[in-house]
Design a protein around this ligand. Structure first.
Ligand SMILES: Cc1cc2nc3c(=O)[nH]c(=O)nc-3n(C[C@H](O)[C@H](O)[C@H](O)COP(=O)(O)OP(=O)(O)OC[C@H]3O[C@@H](n4cnc5c(N)ncnc54)[C@H](O)[C@@H]3O)c2cc1C
Length: 314
């Protein structure tokens, strides 16, 4: 263990026995034996190569805003990506994986570039947003991505947008455990400061009523209209025009707002936010998830699929 600690120090700041509850927005999770913060992409690549060749288990952490971590302790290495490169050239933005999405939105607003207004208020890093194809109001990362540089099983590869397999909160990077987003090039559109700022301000306003309790954002994916088993004509027009039935609406209609097991529960403000009322555990959240899925299935015949990355104990 000492040998591993010494080796890890070559790549960044290493800490031991770090509770993940301090590094996830849900504020849930046991500690990781090793926690390393890496600030340079080149060092990140070298670290990944090293861990891969030694067969050491690792977990990539961005902003920790889409994660439900395990209650047990993790004996491997948590790699916190803290790279910060952000370059603008005309309407192209080159962003390293550790850059907070909010910084990229700010850069776009300052430079009168449109394409990321939907992302205002979404926590996390660019790497996490690319992997999960983060989105809001019918828009997503896929709309402005040009290419993505990825570490995959010891090689660095460039993926064009078409090769990224983007879908609703999906990408090829999600389906392969050993794919780490290193850097992305985004293509935005020239606009006016006034136009970009006003949409950003409006979108930020829409987030004002989001729950204040710790969470990982919307817990479940919305149901795509083509998977809706009942009469579509009975759904509100807004759902038809957006092409999805909101998970929060289904949960609310099952009377589950405020439903709680221990300190984990469904928010009173938003049916699709599972929240931590104090010292919730992953186990309690998973019990709430099970109950929500069961009630929604019994009433509507649809299975809610988590959007949040649930880490499982190995
Ligand atoms: C209040 C709140 C509001 C939110 N609103 C939205 C919203 O409107 N829309 C939306 O889509 N999401 C939303 N989210 C969820 C979350 O912010 C996004 O999914 C975000 O993009 C996750 O990024 P992250 O860096 O925090 O990822 P993390 O939570 O750190 O990681 C999530 C997963 O991605 C992996 N990962 C992280 N970085 C990389 C990388 N560089 N390469 C490969 N894998 C990586 C991790 O291993 C993990 O499996 C919200 C969350 C909160 C708390």
């Amino acid at each position: 263990m000492n040998e591993l600690y010494k080796e890890l120090k070559k790549y960044g700041e290493v800490k031991t026995k770090i509770p993940l509850s301090k590094h996830t927005t849900f504020q849930i999770g046991g500690w990781a034996e090793f926690f390393i913060e890496v600030k340079e992409t080149e060092l990140l690549i070298q670290l990944l190569d090293f861990l891969n060749s030694e067969g050491v288990e690792f977990f990539i952490l961005g902003g920790g805003s889409n994660l439900l971590w395990i209650d047990q302790n993790f004996s491997g290495v948590v790699i916190k990506i803290a790279t910060s490169g952000l370059k603008l050239k005309e309407e192209f933005v080159e962003v390293e994986a550790g850059v907070p999405l909010s910084l990229v939105v700010n850069l776009a607003v300052k430079n009168e570039l449109s394409g990321l207004e939907w992302a205002v208020g979404i926590p996390g890093t660019l790497g996490g947003a690319v992997r999960g194809n983060a989105g809001s109001m019918g828009k997503s990362m896929a709309d402005c991505i040009q290419k993505v540089f990825v570490w995959v099983d010891g090689e660095v590869k460039e993926y064009s947008k078409a090769e990224c397999g983007f879908g609703y909160r999906e990408s090829i990077f999600k389906s392969h455990k050993n794919m780490v987003v290193l850097k992305t090039t985004l293509k935005l559109e020239k606009s006016s400061r006034q136009e970009v700022s006003s949409v950003v301000a409006k979108n930020l306003g829409n987030r004002k009523n989001f729950p204040k309790w710790p969470s990982a954002g919307s817990f479940f994916k919305n149901i795509r209209l083509e998977n809706w088993p009942q009469e579509k004509e009975k759904l509100p027009d807004l759902f038809i025009s957006r092409g999805t039935v909101p998970a929060g609406w289904l949960i609310e209609n099952c009377g589950l707002k405020g439903f709680r097991i221990g300190d984990a529960g469904v928010s009173q403000e938003h049916g699709n936010f599972l929240v931590n009322f104090g010292s919730a555990t992953q186990e309690q959240v998973l019990q709430v998830v099970e109950e929500v899925q069961k009630k929604v299935y019994d009433k509507y015949g649809v299975s809610l699929e988590p959007e949040v990355q649930i880490v499982s104990s190995r």
